[in-house]
Design a protein around this ligand. Sequence first.
Ligand code: AMP
Ligand code: GLY
Length: 417
Amino acid sequence: MSGKSVLVIGGGGREHALCIGLSQSNLVAQIHCTPGNAGIADVARIHSVSADDVAGIVELSGNVGADFVVVGPEAPLCLGLSDALSEKGIPCFGPCESHAQLEGSKLYAKQVMQSIGVPTAKFRKIRTTGEAEDALDAFDGKPWVIKRDVLAGGKGVVVSENRDEVMTFIESSIITDGYVLIEEFLPGEEASLLVIMDAEEFVCLPASQDHKREFNGDKGRNTGGMGAYAPAPVFDKSVESKAIENIVKPMHQWLSNQPIPYRGVLYVGLMIDESGDPFVVEFNVRFGDPECQVTIPLIASDLGELLWSASTDCLQKYDLEIHNSAALTVVLASEGYPGTPITDREIIGLEEIHHGILHHAATAKKSGQILSTGGRVLACTGLGDDLSAARKQAYEMIYSIELEGSRFREDIGHRAL
Ligand code: AMP
Ligand code: GLY
């Protein structure tokens, strides 16, 4: 069953990691990617259809003769890309529109978890200022956690002890969205668990830890993620078995009983409390970015076969093998990120990098130069026998790169090391 053609959707560091993994697959003969980036162009044929143009992607899949499609970001899944491809008989790694609501709507995700008893923070829906005052009294505010129920790229959540700030956020959210959610604050340490699923089976990849705040010491604004490492020591054997029994198995069973099963990756954002009990903070219906960049390199078995198997309900026959090593990635961000980034600046020094994996995120090649095109520009991924070796390599890589105004966190991996 070799010689497959795959179309990867997206153009960030996550999709570069997927394309590199697929380029090492014995199953995959041809890789197409849209819209891609300057790094992806080294391993895949790049196209110019935007990642949220569902009709354009379906047409492109036919034109390039894709045997299957691997979807990086959530937006096209929430717009029904997987459903549109399956109407054409093209297998898709990425769930149907109704399951994509697990990421698209926090209220929906909460209701599903509540209905099947998956551990998560208690919550309440707030529709009026009166309800808001009651809710702020009922939840203790150490701190309060308020979430908009929209895809907001990490910007729809406020965690604060300041009642005025929280009230202002609630009021503006009610005006734009009609309602907002309040949640009990969960103390603990976060981890990201990526679970590959199809109708019959699931397999868990090594858990990782993201660094969402912009500055060292987890200070500053939330970002898409400034760095990550895997495996995450906080996710030990005992946490793993609780997460599988209490979260992954019930979710998989529930999804498999729906009219269309889940085929793709379920990202389980966990909070692990002092007693080692895991709670779900959020679900995403795609690989994390930058979690993907540190997880894919740890997979020793064939990535093409893994993604193809999940897309076609053959996971039961797949043997996942994981390297006994570690990966750590540091994101190089443009000046201005996570606000409006300054782009179109030349990136210098990339040819000096001979170790690790240089994951391109927001890059384009113009007249022989590599230019920045967005907020998170590169992810420098170090590999090693352990986290400290991986960390050393990742920082050697990033220190040899020049991009005017750019910055990165110097403490990626601090909790584990
Ligand atoms: P979310 O978009 O739901 O993942 O929330 C963004 C971030 O806010 C998470 O990664 C956590 O760091 C934090 N957060 C969200 N919900 C909670 C909660 N219930 N308790 C503590 N921290 C939370
Ligand atoms: N790095 C967090 C996410 O991909 O949602």
